[in-house]
Design a protein around this ligand. Sequence first.
Ligand code: HEM
Length: 482
Amino acid sequence: MSYTPLRLEDYDISPTHGFLPSKPPLRRLPDPYYTPWEQIMERFNQFVLAHQIRRLVRKALLLSQTLERVAIGKTSQADRPFPNFNLGTIHTFSGSTDESWFYLVTTAIEAKCARGLNAIIAAVEAVEHNDIERVTYSLQQMALSLIDANFILERMYERCDPYVFYWKIRAFLAGWENMAEAGLPYGVLYEGVDDTDKFSLDNWQSLIRRFRKYAGGSAAQTPLLQAFDIALGIKHYPTGEKGQQTSVADARNRLRNHGVPEPPVANSYLVQMRNYMPGGHRRFLEDLAGACRVREYVLLTCSDSLLLLGRSDDPRVLLRRAYNDCVDLMKSFRDKHIMIVSRYIIAPAKSGPSIPQRVSVAAPSRAVPPAPENRVPVNYASRRMLGGRAGGDSLPADPTMYPQTNTSAIRPTEVQVTKSLNWDLPNMNRSKTTSPEPVAGHGSKSGLARQLDGNAIARGTGGTDAMQFLKQVRNETAHTKI
Ligand code: HEM
């Protein structure tokens, strides 16, 4: 099979902005058709705080998001230029600068690593031409990009506070995949979609099949790290399984079968994350995996163990050093990232909110009543005690907004009531009422922002057992070194 050079532009990737769009996003949708939506967004944070957002969104007009008149990509801000990385956020869920910073750090890494993507393409091509010096130079450029990524990642600590991240931001990013522990064993039912409204209690099993599971927002959905993994030949195996990185024999085999694509990364979570990437970016990863043989080239060029003693200006020594530097920097990025996860997720989860929390009970949905035998006897008095709205409370205590301001402690009977609502099988209404509303469902009781006891698994917004997954990915990276 002949080699066809890869071109970033063919995959909606910008040579200057990488996986970011080359034009800044619109500040607001210019067509007056979307005014009802924009009006909600103008005061989004106030509405969330006042518990009005669900009501308003329900009331809002159902507008087509594919209206032809919408000039997506057209910007009113040609003078806020991306190339200078003069970035800011227009809207956040929580209204906090911590949340803005969280997005900005992630976006800045994308922006800065664009040159790394160009270097990846150059390295792939140089291998095809057996140009050792160009392969080395391209790997050095990739390393510079990874140095930037490492540096920017550490800036997360500057303005994103772990407490705020864990207790105030994270719930909004949560999804409904692998979230049984958070109270969503089946995912979420999308009202009005797939005839769900025709549901009756007799066919609840078919209804369960209509629940949808989607992972939450996670930077794991960036193609960037996967592109570097593929370029360096770093393989990831299913979590809990020990795999092997390419050996010299594998490398020979692959070079002989030129053009036969490598099987995709075998870690199902990373593969699944590709479904959340734009189609062009996903295709890029697939095509890159088919075309890239950088690791094989380095392995075969540098297989002679005597090279370890070789002169420092031997091109093969320089090649191996450039390759290993990249692997080291990928490992270092993942080390730093694990440290972030332990400070932003594990530590706050273990220590809990600064003041004891209350639990809240989701009001049963009118659309799907619970089966009579599963109805939980929650009376109005107990709901008020739990911070609910029953009985016409004008100012409900909301454990999700600022748990440190909640002064009442959890009572065992209240926890039982909540658990019962969460887990009883035919009681579908719980998912419908709690999950799509980030405000109501993610306090201390069932969402991602909650206190974990000693043995509980800390899950990422993508639903992984975060530490087990991330450490394996990091170790697999380290084992790739030649
Ligand atoms: C407060 C900051 C961050 C936290 C708490 C965090 C947390 C996590 C967690 C828990 C996972 C496991 C997957 C999941 O279930 O979600 C993950 C994966 C991942 N995150 Fe982050 N993350 C943060 C920032 C970033 C940034 C800035 C990047 C930059 C690109 C990033 C890139 C990744 C990648 C690529 C993965 C997939 C695993 C890998 O390839 O190493 N994360 N993150």
